[in-house]
Design a protein around this ligand. Structure first.
Ligand SMILES: [Fe+2]
Length: 151
């Protein structure tokens, strides 16, 4: 299947799994669209921020489904997803109450997501594609989200 990427997903971040690459592309596209919408503008389209959050959740569920179907041990990666959703949920509450700047939220999303793809998703998909997943491969992840519980 050939996918026409509009250019939001850097080539270096392609993981060579079309369903996942397409979702990564969509997330970068949504982040860029929100940056444009909020640039030099006090209006924050909170519904679109909520939609970005829901898309992150759907994307994480997709990865977890793929891992489960392949019989891959995914608990550590899924915990990263869960922790990140908790951080993003709290940060979004702060954006809504104007305690956090919308641009800060978007910069964090972009930085975290790029690192997550490069370090965690790459490892996951390389194990998936190596066929080693049915041996209950253990994934060792590089790190936790840099925003901690205070976010
Ligand atoms: Fe992931």
């Amino acid at each position: 299947m050939e996918i026409n990427f509009a250019g939001w997903l850097p080539e270096a971040l392609l993981v060579d799994l079309p369903e996942i690459d397409a979702q990564h592309e969509e997330i970068f596209h949504r982040i860029e669209s929100l940056k444009t919408a909020c640039f030099e503008n006090s209006y924050v389209p909170i519904d679109e921020f909520d939609a970005l959050f829901e898309y992150f959740a759907m994307h994480f569920a997709t990865e977890e489904r793929i891992a489960e179907e392949a019989g891959l041990e995914f608990a550590e990666h899924a915990k990263i997803h869960e922790d990140t959703l908790g951080i993003l949920r709290r940060a979004l509450t702060e954006v809504r109450s104007k305690a956090r700047d919308a641009h800060s939220f978007l910069r964090y999303c972009e930085y975290w997501f790029e690192r997550h793809i490069a370090e965690d998703d790459r490892l996951f998909i390389s194990i998936l594609q190596s066929g080693a997943c049915n041996r209950s491969s253990s994934l060792r992840h590089a790190g936790r989200p840099p925003f901690s519980a205070q976010a």
